[in-house]
Ligand binder design. Structure first.
Ligand code: GGG
Length: 356
């Protein structure tokens, strides 16, 4: 049976890393006999907005709802579309309408990459950030009063529901329980944000009763960011609200040397709608067009997608391939962010060749 994959490159370096993500995906599919149908879409990017005045066509939900997974690049081109319009008009619509309430972001120090933190080696940093992905601080609830006057007021609410928080905590507890260290860290700011965050802490505690074998700790987000830098080895599974999870899942990969390798899975765990796989990085206008973006975030996202589609061996083959190419350390192959003088394509081709 064929698996239908919606391919949406998006903006900036999304367009450059996507071909390498597909090269790896197709190499793994060929090796493991997986039948994939790739369906290409030109929306959810700022070029589409320039032509149509919106990021998505009116019938986007109908076009995408029956695919098996969405493979996405990056969004944002602030020279033409303000970032909040492009993000809310595309990725956040997908996450919300397809109820992709878990954003799973692995953070791992890979072989051959030098961490900016002293004396860290592969194995020292290996944790997941589980980010709540449909509510929290990313709410569209709020408004403006007396706009443009000296009495101007702007309000934006944080939205946390018991349904929304409990389900992402359950996912995080179960992930922690499945790992050898069985450790869960929750990120809040309960002294300053004194309604929603202490309530999140209470839900963590209540949910913990179902997982007595999982060790739980809780940090305020400010000291937690310091501990990511000073003690990244402390962490196993870190669960956080939408905004805090977004910040931590950029900081974590930065501690592993480059955000360019970081993947993510926007998961609808019950499978009622497609899940979406994309690199953590954005469209990076500063390096777009130069052909030097690291494609591993996109390639690793392809591996997460295959795993989600029930193909763990193919997923592992992709991970083994990029780890081997990184460990080899051929500078003519590697992109500049990991010490090479190669290109997006040289690195992508080397990984695809290694997959077989
Ligand atoms: N590939 C991820 C991407 O394009 N990120 C752009 C961005 O700003 N994302 C914010 C978010 O993930 O909430």
């Amino acid at each position: 049976m064929t698996q239908r994959i919606a391919v949406i490159p998006g903006d900036g370096i999304g367009k450059e890393v996507m071909p390498e993500g597909l090269r790896a995906l197709e190499a793994a599919a060929a090796r493991f006999g997986i039948d994939l149908t790739l369906e290409h879409f030109d929306f959810a990017c700022c070029d589409y907005y320039a032509e149509h005045g919106q990021m998505l066509p009116d019938d986007w939900f109908e076009q995408l709802k029956d695919v098996d997974a969405i493979f996405y690049g990056a969004v944002g081109w602030p020279d033409t579309v303000p970032d909040h319009i492009s993000l809310w008009g595309s990725l956040l619509q997908f996450r919300r309408r397809f109820d992709q309430y878990v954003n799973l972001r692995p953070c791992k120090l890979l072989p051959g990459i030098k961490s900016p933190l002293a004396d860290r080696k592969p194995g020292d940093i290996d944790f997941y950030v589980v980010r709540e992905n449909t509510e929290g601080e990313y709410s569209s609830v709020g408004g403006k009063m007396f706009e443009g006057t000296d009495r101007e007021v702007v309000i934006q609410e944080t939205v946390m529901s018991r349904h929304g928080v409990d389900r992402v905590l359950k996912f995080a507890y179960e992930l922690a329980q499945s790992r050898p260290r069985k450790k869960l860290t929750s990120a809040t700011k309960s002294n300053g944000i004194a309604i929603t965050m202490p309530w999140w802490d209470e839900r963590v505690k209540a949910m913990g009763a179902n997982y007595p074998d999982v060790a739980v700790d809780q940090f305020h987000i400010d000291i937690l960011t310091a501990n990511f830098v000073m003690h990244p080895d402390w962490f196993d599974v870190v669960v956080a609200s939408n905004l805090f999870g977004d910040i931590l899942s950029d900081l974590g990969p930065a501690c592993t040397g480059t955000i360019g390798v970081a993947p993510s899975a926007n998961i609808n765990p019950d499978g009622s709608f497609p899940s979406l796989f994309e690199p953590v990085h954005g469209s990076a206008p500063d390096i777009a067009g130069k052909g030097i973006a690291n494609p591993i975030g996109q390639i690793w996202s392809a591996a997460m997608m295959l795993d989600h589609l029930g193909q763990p061996e193919a997923a592992q083959a992709i991970v083994d391939a990029f780890e081997a190419v990184l460990a080899e350390g051929d500078k003519s192959v590697l992109t500049p962010d990991v010490g090479g003088n190669g290109s997006t394509e040289t690195l992508g081709r080397a990984i695809a060749k290694r997959i077989g």
